[in-house]
Unconditional design. Sequence first.
Length: 415
Amino acid sequence: MRKTRPIKLLSVLLMLAMAVTLFAACTEKETTTTTTAGTTTTKATTTTQATTTTEATTTRFRQTTPLVVGYSPFSEKFSPFFADTAYDDDVVSMTAAGLLTTDRTGAIVYNAIEGEKLDYNGTEYEYKGIANVKVDYNESTDKTTYTWTIRYDVMFSDGELMTADDVIFTYYVYSDPSYTGSTTLYSVPILGMKDYRTQTTSEVYEKYDAMFDAIYEAGEDHVWAEGDAWTKEQQESFWAMIKQAWIDDVQAIVNYVLANYMGYAEQYTGFKPEDINKEEGLKVMMGMVLWGFAEVGEDKVLTGTSGATWNLAEKQYPTIEDYYNEAYAKYEGDPEAYWGVEAADDTSVVDVARSAFIGEWGPKDEAMGGKGVPNIAGIKKLSDTSVEVTVEGFDATAIYSLGVSVSPLHYYGSE
């Protein structure tokens, strides 16, 4: 208790000193200050020179003094396309603007440019944003059209105006077959999305979609024969893609665990978070333990559900393929059974492999004539400030996926 009063007193004195300094720096007229402790009245004049000096000092600190913020560990992926933790997303959100505006309950604000006043707990709040959205469902065609209209005066931080081209560019990045970030815009059934991602026509897509199912049904132990409706090379690439999609999925589990459960690291593994972050093998170990695929004994030996062991004390760490082997053994090679229980996200192992298989073999089909699919049919530019997106059927959640944070084409891409 004896230390509390001096600290509080010091805090008050510092606050008063700062207040007096700010007051003096901002005042341009004569100021009279009366001190109640005595009978002396002090008259001070703030000169132009003092103001200039203060402004210069403020500018100097603004330019050279870093802002230090205490926060949870970052993954340091501060890209709007690849941020995959809540902490990195918080940083990205400071420099990005989303198309979709919602109220305090998550309800959509359709006319955000003009603003809407909505009630919450008896109080009316006004919500504004950078874009309006219009949703039209056509029962006869079973298609839904989303029309986004952005403000004409929205600028990126470098002063460049945001346009419909930036919106379309952002959609195309998330839709690209080579995109490896966590955003799954491609799961929305946008018209022409499958054709674009696999670079095939619908007819060719259906052909290789059926081939995928046939190889899968034949099973991993199937010995290829001349009478099969696919080549030996296609069969081998099929199972290689299943394996890779499965490996990618257990890696997603590792990423999810590291982003959300580091607070349990020492309790369940005996290793501190800072030690785990320094070693890739310990990150995999953390993902295995927290997801129930392994346990760490008191002797620092990691034992997988298959019985495989790694002596962590001797720096024998599991690899991501070891994690895959544990998952494969536990589910007896059935990726669908695994995904139905274990997956950290909504991307099925089989569906990911399917897209990869069709994307690999579809464009090589002679019916394609060596040509690809340059555009997504369901994404159209209506004007410099309007974009139309057409989706198969109706899904109430699709609008949340389509309301992306817009990234500048001139910065990340090419005009």
